[in-house]
Design a protein around this ligand. Structure first.
Ligand code: FES
Ligand code: FES
Length: 171
């Protein structure tokens, strides 16, 4: 008797079946078992947001979830946000607006921004600062992060408009 249980989790579109200990946190499962080290560990106590991933499309801090709780769920990490070889508009925004320095907070910041833009596609600077308050950055002073998210919002809205226009043109 190992005390482990079997879980099946789809991560970045790929299904994994693993034996995990009940106390294994999702962030360690992603990093140590699946070797997806883009998800960072800053505090392990739900303070910093470096470990943010999407669980069934909703942003969660992966140090607050047991791997066993993700059984049957879909997880998206920073590695799976964009098609291979490309950048998601949020990643592009952080690149274009210099929204990072050391980059430690960046994967979590980007995943939290994804949730923010899903809930509010055209956020004000104040809204961005408020919504990302669970993600700590020691380097940037946040100003360029706000600009990066605003850049992404514009890009995503332009893409949505383009899709609608093409859709209308096709019908
Ligand atoms: S490592 Fe999860 S919130 Fe800091
Ligand atoms: S860029 Fe260094 S912690 Fe945010």
């Amino acid at each position: 008797m190992t005390g482990k249980s079997e879980i099946t989790v789809t991560v970045n579109g790929q299904q994994y079946r693993s034996q995990v200990e009940p106390r294994l946190l999702l962030v360690y499962y992603l990093r140590d078992v699946l070797e997806l080290t883009g998800t960072h560990i800053g505090c392990n106590t739900s303070q910093c947001g470096a470990c943010t991933v999407l669980l069934n499309g909703e942003a969660v801090k992966a140090c607050t979830v047991f791997a066993a709780q993700a059984d049957g769920c879909e997880v998206t990490t920073i590695e799976g946000l964009a098609p291979e070889g490309g950048l998601h508009p949020i990643q592009e925004g952080f690149w274009e607006k210099h929204g990072l320095q050391c980059g430690f907070c960046t994967p979590g910041m980007i995943m939290a921004s994804y949730q923010l833009l899903k809930d509010s596609p055209n956020p004000s600077g104040e809204e961005i600062r408020h919504d990302l308050k669970g993600n700590i950055c020691r380097c940037t002073g946040y100003e360029n992060i706000v600009r990066a998210v605003q850049y992404a919002a514009e890009r995503m809205q332009a893409e949505a408009t383009q899709r609608t226009t093409w859709g209308e043109g096709a019908s």
